[in-house]
Design a protein around this ligand. Structure first.
Ligand code: ADP
Ligand code: CIR
Length: 399
């Protein structure tokens, strides 16, 4: 269902290509499709997709979902968009919102099946982006990549009282390839090969090995997940967004020996570049990420949009794509979770559970990170977490 409504047709076309040239043409790294051609496309959404959309919309409208999708998918917006398709991949509104229609407990509920979806369905994406990224308007332009000076950040918790570990990640999409719902199995494999070969040339602290998910022992996979190094499996939000097709083909993880530098391949985004370590030394963690981004960027071209910054599958990750987080124990503040979330919100921080998004805190450990990623630089996104966590620790100490 969904997953680039005309996915089968497109797979056939792109599948004929021995390289990804066809996809490269179709994937347009800028996603700058204008709405000018909507009339020619407006009658092409097939009846089954329309019926599913109408039924899903009615259920969502009647639900008490708190998702941004429900908030911004008014009847008027729904009617304006339900007959549209992206020009290159034929993705429909259903491909964008199926996850939110099937999971009413979504926080957001929308993904871009291909880059053009951000333009074709902008009437829905733009207000969601503005809301999530606190004020990034449809007329705003994301600033150029500015990683800044990592040495500005010192250790957030030199006495190891509160911060268990620190992690900063960013996401990247490979130029010439669409997002998950529109990838063929051949493309998944080709991308995995490119990523693994490219990363094998990294040296120094970044030197490591690529481990494909295909063939990985279940016990090894589970240990990597339990230790917070590897993405979880079977995320229902991603599954209903058609982002898990051909799993585990093309998916894998690269890491150095001590697992302080990691790269996820083809989970939610093509690449997730991650730096993490125990304790609160954000300067060291961010410096390693900056070194890694610079090294990988020289080797792999990434999709970047003039207005939206780095392109990602989920609109919450656009722009800098940076999520800087600490695993932190603040028992006094956390005695009242709603209060912790409220205070964190004042510093533009988001609270997640120990195993990441949509999980609970275990042993009093919360994952607290910068929430917005657009309309500010990479450096400022990390600084938002740094400043906010420093304040939270101050408050915890004062209680
Ligand atoms: P993402 O960070 O990629 O958006 P998740 O919220 O699912 O995705 O988190 C991915 C993994 O990273 C989870 O296992 C989570 O526990 C782990 N993680 C996040 N922040 C930290 C941290 N500061 N220290 C250790 N592990 C972390
Ligand atoms: C939701 O709406 O809750 C999920 N679709 C996840 C949204 C944001 N998280 C993400 O991109 N990892």
């Amino acid at each position: 269902m969904g997953g680039c409504a005309s996915k089968d047709k497109k797979d056939a076309v792109i599948g004929d290509a021995t390289t990804t040239e066809a996809a490269a043409v179709a994937a347009t790294t800028n996603g700058d499709a204008t709405d000018g051609n909507k009339s020619s496309e407006s009658t092409m959404v097939d009846a089954a997709v329309l019926a599913k959309l109408e039924e899903g919309y009615a259920k969502l409208a009647a639900s008490n979902s708190k998702s941004l999708l429900k908030k911004y998918l008014t009847k008027e917006v729904f009617d304006n968009l339900k007959n549209k398709k992206t020009p290159s991949f034929g993705s429909t509104l259903l491909d964008c919102i199926q996850s939110g229609l099937e999971n009413h407990d979504s926080g957001v509920g929308i993904y871009a099946p291909d880059a053009e979806a951000y333009s074709v369905f902008s009437e829905l994406f733009d207000p969601i982006i503005e809301d999530y990224h606190t004020g990034f308007k449809k007329t705003d332009k994301h600033p150029p990549c500015t990683l800044g000076d990592a040495s500005v950040f010192s250790n957030l918790d030199p006495n190891n009282e509160f911060v268990v570990s620190t992690r900063v990640r960013c996401g990247r999409s490979m130029e010439g390839y669409p997002f998950n719902p529109c990838l063929t199995e051949a493309q998944y494999k080709e991308m995995e090969q490119k990523v693994s070969t490219t990363l094998s040339s990294l040296d120094g602290e970044l030197k490591g090995k690529f481990y494909p998910l295909t063939g990985m022992e279940k016990a090894v996979q589970q240990q990597l997940i339990d230790d917070h190094f590897l993405f979880k499996e079977g995320d229902r939000f991603l599954q209903s967004a058609n982002a898990c097709r051909y799993w585990p083909s093309g998916r894998g993880i690269y890491h150095n020996d001590n697992k302080t530098f990691l790269v996820w391949c083809n989970e939610e985004d093509h690449l997730r570049i991650i730096s993490m370590q125990m304790g609160g030394d954000l300067g060291e963690v961010y410096k390693r990420l900056v070194t890694a981004i610079n090294a990988i960027e020289k080797r792999i071209p990434f999709s970047h949009h003039d207005r939206l910054g780095f392109l990602t599958f989920c609109p919450t990750n656009l722009g800098t794509t940076i999520r800087a987080s600490v695993h932190i124990k603040v028992p006094k503040l956390a005695a009242n979770l709603a209060k912790l979330e409220e205070i964190a919100g004042k510093f533009n921080l988001q609270v997640r559970g120990t195993r990441g998004e949509h999980t609970e805190a275990e042993g009093g450990v919360y994952d607290i990170s910068n929430k917005r990623r657009m309309g500010l630089t990479e450096f400022d996104a990390v600084k938002e977490m740094y400043d906010g966590i420093a304040e939270l620790i101050k408050i915890e100490k004062s209680l």
